[in-house]
Design a protein around this ligand. Structure first.
Ligand SMILES: NC(=O)c1ccc[n+]([C@@H]2O[C@H](COP(=O)([O-])OP(=O)(O)OC[C@H]3O[C@@H](n4cnc5c(N)ncnc54)[C@H](OP(=O)(O)O)[C@@H]3O)[C@@H](O)[C@H]2O)c1
Length: 247
């Protein structure tokens, strides 16, 4: 006998991502059990779903974590710009329900993250300066993007250091010479660019650049729905794209 289709709810259904998710859920064979924007009955929606997909705003994480953990509803979280406190609340929820987080649901970007870690491990900080550059549409409210921060963590992981201890955010004014071992991160905004990310490794004699351009937000919506299908029935814990993709 076939299992019943997964019931998926969407938090942020009125948004750019939410609208695409509403199309992607039924196409993947799941049931769109409902959705809410900024206002709406989260507890009622959580009770009617197996998993919710959340693309909202960092300010909503606290409330979502509490309600979803209490309801026992799986949580696929794509919202970016989370603070350390938000991350703690996500981890707390993950002790009670299955939570899947990704700063980017594109399989291609996650391959770039793996390659960035590999290059970070191979290209020594005293020969190759590592810099992260991202560009997004003019409506984006957080900077740098979650994906750019993930790229910084990937390079730092490859180098065996903590990203926070070597991160150099933006440059403006009399900055002095570049510090050896720093990982720079910078943001550009304009037009309707869906998301472009580069990791650059520059020595005195060469430059190696890894670049990913997202051309359509559907890549994120499809990835998030695949994550929801994968998460169904998993025990409490925090999962991510490496679990889903196997790299
Ligand atoms: N992980 C990824 O792959 C990925 C990809 C793309 C985007 N994102 C992230 O996803 C998030 C949403 O992006 P978007 O472009 O879809 O944004 P958007 O178009 O501005 O939509 C935001 C949605 O969140 C809702 N919302 C706003 N404030 C809220 C609150 N306090 N509580 C609950 N809901 C609230 C809005 O509802 P109202 O309409 O009622 O205001 C709307 O439905 C951002 O953090 C973005 O960086 C992640």
């Amino acid at each position: 006998m076939n299992a019943a289709p997964l019931r998926i709810g969407i938090l942020g259904i009125t948004g750019r991502m939410g609208q695409l998710l509403a199309q992607a859920v039924p196409l993947a064979g799941a049931i769109l059990a409902g959705g809410i924007g900024r206002s709406g009955d989260l507890a009622a929606l959580a009770a009617a779903c197996d998993v919710v997909i959340d693309f909202t705003t960092a300010g909503a994480v606290r409330g979502h974590a509490a309600v979803l953990a209490a309801a026992g509803t799986g949580w696929v979280l794509g919202t970016t710009g989370l603070s350390d406190d938000d991350e703690r609340l996500v981890n707390l929820a993950a002790s009670r329900v299955a939570v899947f987080t990704a700063t980017n649901f594109s399989p291609g970007v996650n391959l770039v993250l793996a390659l960035a870690e590999r290059l970070g491990a191979s290209l020594a900080p005293d020969t190759h300066d590592a810099e992260i550059l991202e560009m997004h549409h003019r409506q984006k409210i957080d900077a740098p993007s979650g994906t750019a921060i993930s790229l910084g963590h990937a390079v730092a992981r490859g180098r065996g250091v903590d990203f926070a201890s070597v991160r150099q955010s933006g440059r403006d004014g009399n900055t002095g010479p570049r510090e050896t071992g720093a990982i720079g991160i910078a943001s550009l905004r304009g037009g309707q660019i869906v998301g472009s990310h580069s990791a650059l490794f520059t020595s005195a004699t060469e430059q190696i650049t890894l670049t990913h351009h997202a051309l359509d937000r559907r890549i994120f919506a499809d990835g998030a729905v695949q994550a929801a299908l994968w998460l169904a029935g998993k025990p409490p814990g925090r999962y991510g794209m490496r679990d889903l993709l196997g790299f």
